[in-house]
Design a protein around this ligand. Sequence first.
Ligand code: GUN
Ligand code: FE
Length: 496
Amino acid sequence: MVLSSAARPSRPNGSNGPNGNQLFLGTFVHSKTREELEFLHDAAVAVDGRGQIAGIDAASGGVEAAKEKLLRRLGWGEGEVDVHACEPGQFFFPGFIDTHLHASQYPNVGIFGKTTLLGWLERYTFPLEASLKDLAKARQVYTACVRRTLAHGTTTAAYYATIDVAATNLLADLCLALGQRAFIGRVCMDSAELCPDYYRDESPEESLRATLETIAHIKHIDPKYEIVSPILTPRFAPSCSGESMRGLAEIHRQQDLPLQTHISENAGEIQLVADLFPEAGSYADVYDSHGLLTAKTILAHAIHLTEEEARLIATRRSKVAHCPCSNSAITSGEARVRWLWDKGIDVGLGTDMSGGYSPSILDAARQAALVSRHVAMRLGEGEARERSKLTVEEVLYLATRGGARVVGLEYSIGGFEVGMQWDAQLVGLGSVEEGSTREGEGAQETAAGDRFEDGGNVDVFGWETWDERMAKWLFSGDDRNTKKVWVKGRLVHSRA
Ligand code: GUN
Ligand code: FE
């Protein structure tokens, strides 16, 4: 398999048109609310040289009128902008936000056998992560991971790297160079109880020193954290000493940096936490009592939380990364998204590679819909059962605006609003009408000698409503439908 032309186009911001200004024309789809998608047809979106949406016109009766009106309003000359127009049937959608993934585990996707969390960490995960202190190997793995996720429309990712500072800093360098917005976590794990000798921070002090080294590196390469930002990353309670957790909490407060960890993923892990922290009232209380539960905390999984833990997390305004693919693959369980929402907790989606095997947030959204139906089937008949099921609109919200809230960027990404960043993807679905005869790049020949365009799995017949097209994309779409991807106005992936 060939990695498509991900990240080859690398014109820096400012070189789109003479002023760096761009104009996007066509259909724009984003979440208006959690329950509702908004469709802007024949619309124009203007993006300035800093990658920010400068203006939107969506009600002028025709795309040409929208374009002219918007250019006039902004005082931009037509010759000064790069214009990107959708083809019929295509649409712009906000870039996806992956709120939880391990770049360092990317080579292991699909390799998990019948293991569950603790055995999986020991057998597959720690050996691979430890091996990435070889920087040539880390470069190969991280480059492939960033390119692959960009190709699936992931414009923002909250990454775990490894304990190795140089390799973690390299991941930050690569995200910046390839143009993916990213939170970069150097993994903290200093507890001899769980971590193997060959893969462990030497001491709590060393754990904090190494963390600060990565923060300093990221500050150096991206001083305002515009594309890459550090994220504090105590791996999970069983791998961390109380001292290192308290130290990270102090950096969290002092530098106002986000923080990520895992919680309540698996029964064996929950028991281990109870054994290791007998003084704590619950798994969530371990984090809370060490100062790690705040509004800038991302908790991956949160499957088996008690009512009391959910109330505590809601009170602290901490966020949850729902990782349905991982939770099925390594047999962890089914997180209850509706139940978390009902408690007032913000939720986003994570691929959790390589607990999860798929690099795609579209796939995570699809699996979130399916897992919510499994949750429903356990609830018996009635209203609660129906409510548990997540709709197409709701899982696409999780993938975009929900994720933006989880990473604290809800005012910058996840939708199309003036003042937000142009982090977007151009989506094209296969057309049965046109596709059967069109010859073009990616065209293939059938046994019968017909040529057809490799537009992916989605066949649009032409009579579907826009709501139906979105449902078809969600359930049958893949990276073949993601034609172009932009982050902060920069084209970072193109299939054409
Ligand atoms: N808990 C601690 N480390 C990990 C990890 O790497 N992946 C998952 N899914 N859970 C964890
Ligand atoms: Fe994880």
